[in-house]
Write a protein that binds this ligand. Structure first.
Ligand code: PLP
Length: 230
């Protein structure tokens, strides 16, 4: 495996190249979330020292352990996995962004925990565009009603959308999903369904982040290309 600094440099170059292929209307800043699931805290520290600030984890317990092991004022944790509502209390207020909000039950738990702690928690709504049963996420035809009902939770701030296309070797196969997510965000904003503008699109992983950037991603979640295979 290449050294971590070489991997990070290569990902950054790929990001810059992809940014140059975007239409001018999609010139948002990109946040690179380094997905550190299954990797030891020492590798997160190393990546922090090399200038990465955003780290993504999928499992509550693993995240809690890493929060104890690694701390730095510039570090932002992202919860990118499926969050069970009974585990919300463990991470609310400890993570910068929850990427996979996909039920009212979970939203209620997050709100309850925020009120208890006197904080606001940012989150993204996960949309399931591939209709895979096994995957979490709100379906496209339910998104308007879902977002409308989130307006009542004042401590839960929805800043955008997230999606996870089916795994593929060919990044072009992900493009329609990324394009669709952007179109859904634009439609929700123009109809003012949510109380504030949705600005973030969390989409794209090692295999397809360039295509995601070309389609308007503002947050990409990259594990393998940074830390090697799991
Ligand atoms: C693991 C994971 C990633 C990173 O995947 P890579 O292919 O290793 O880049 C991104 N997003 C989610 C939701 C994940 O679970």
């Amino acid at each position: 495996m290449a050294a971590l600094n070489e991997n990070i440099d290569s990902v950054k170059r790929r990001i810059i190249d992809a940014c140059q292929k975007r239409p001018p209307s999609l010139s948002q800043k990109i946040t690179l979330v380094a997905v550190s699931k299954t990797k030891p805290a020492t590798q997160i520290e190393e990546a922090l020292a090399l200038g990465l600030c955003d780290f993504g984890e999928n499992y509550v317990q693993e995240l809690e352990e890493k929060i104890k092991q690694v701390s730095s004022p510039q570090l932002h944790w992202h919860f990118i996995g499926h969050l069970q509502s009974n585990k919300a209390k463990n991470i609310v207020g400890k993570v910068f962004l929850i990427h996979g909000l996909d039920s009212l039950k979970l939203a209620k738990e997050i709100e309850k925990e925020c009120l208890k702690k006197g904080i606001v928690q940012k989150a993204l709504v996960q949309i399931n565009l591939s209709k895979e049963e096994s995957k979490g996420g709100i379906s496209e035809n339910e998104i308007e009603d879902f977002l409308k009902s989130l307006n009542e939770f004042e401590q839960l701030e929805i800043v955008g959308l997230m999606t996870l296309p089916p795994p593929t070797e060919n990044p072009e196969e992900s493009r329609p999903y990324f394009k669709k997510l952007r179109e859904i965000k634009d439609a929700l904003n123009s109809k003012k369904i949510y109380r504030s503008e949705l600005t973030e699109l969390s989409m794209g992983m090692t295999q397809d982040f360039e295509v995601a950037i070309e389609e308007g991603a503002t947050i990409i979640r990259v594990g393998t290309a940074i830390f090697g295979s799991r």
